[in-house]
Design a protein around this ligand. Structure first.
Ligand SMILES: C[S@@+](CC[C@H](N)C(=O)[O-])C[C@H]1O[C@@H](n2cnc3c(N)ncnc32)[C@H](O)[C@@H]1O
Length: 254
């Protein structure tokens, strides 16, 4: 599911005049320049996906215009919170939510067929501890309270293979600090990728990020954790002999 075939033109919210006058900090921050980590792919919803949206969105959907998130009131209980960014078709997130009913899960995905698929699977599995946004995670993260999330999951993010697209990779210094704000002290940022250069990029960004500790030791990956379900995507990669790198950083004091 790579987007590298997408147009080379990078979307930006700045007019050319604004772009010329932005501060050095703005120039180095892909998010502030409006660079997206995704391309909205055209695609019709299947009957199952549309049905999932029709039936489950009213109870499981979260929207940006609801404003700042209050997880305890959304789930009507206090429980450890897991946030997954870019869950694709949702198989792994639904499996995790079903396997851990004692936790609350929030997914964020921009691809509407994926959101429909997640809701359909969630209904089939009968999970009640799952909610989802269908928006850009960068916008959603602004609504998540500080020190509120136990684990952030980022599994197989778009690798953006070409060098000129590396700025679209979601793991960037500013992203690391945004996640650090929402993580509880001791909270975990768990990444997985099947693209070794992206694992190296993740390690480079995260080792340099203040306020984090690599739980495997400097520049090391963790063994594949059993609680991360194997997706079709990962199984296919495994059959082709691809490696998978799991990386976990803990939020610590600066
Ligand atoms: C390569 S796919 C991996 C999907 C899934 N995690 C898996 O392992 O099969 C990356 C997903 O991240 C989503 N994505 C990328 N950037 C995003 C963003 N800023 N906010 C929300 N979703 C995003 C894409 O739409 C896509 O579904």
């Amino acid at each position: 599911m790579s987007n590298d075939s997408a147009s080379d033109s990078i979307t930006t919210n700045n007019t050319p005049d604004e772009a010329a006058s932005v501060s050095p900090e703005k120039k180095t921050s892909p998010y502030r320049r409006g660079i997206k980590s995704f391309v909205i792919r055209a695609g019709r919803l299947t009957k199952g996906q549309q049905g999932g949206l029709d039936r489950q969105w009213p109870t499981m959907g979260l929207t940006l215009d609801q404003g700042p998130l209050d997880p305890d009131s959304v789930f009507s209980r206090k429980a450890p919170l897991v946030l997954e960014i870019g869950y694709g078709m949702g198989q792994s997130l639904v499996a995790m939510a079903a396997a851990a009913p004692e936790k609350n899960f929030i997914g964020v995905e921009v691809h509407l067929p994926g959101v429909g698929s997640l809701l359909n699977l969630a209904e089939e599995a009968g999970v009640t501890n799952l909610r989802t946004y269908k928006d850009d995670a960068i916008e959603v993260l602004k609504l998540i309270p500080s020190d509120s999330v136990d684990t952030v999951q980022l599994f197989f993010p778009d690798p953006w293979h070409k060098k000129k697209h590396h700025k679209r990779r979601i793991v960037q210094p500013e992203f690391a600090q945004t996640l650090r704000r929402i993580l509880k002290p001791g909270g975990i940022f768990h990444m997985a990728t099947d693209w070794q250069p992206y694992s190296e990029h993740m390690l480079e960004i995260m080792e340099a990020a203040p306020g984090y500790r690599n739980i495997a030791g400097t520049n090391q990956c963790v063994p594949r954790p059993d609680h991360r379900p194997m997706t079709k995507f990962e199984r296919r990669g495994e059959r082709k002999g691809h490696g998978v790198w799991d990386i976990m950083f803990e939020k610590i004091d600066d």
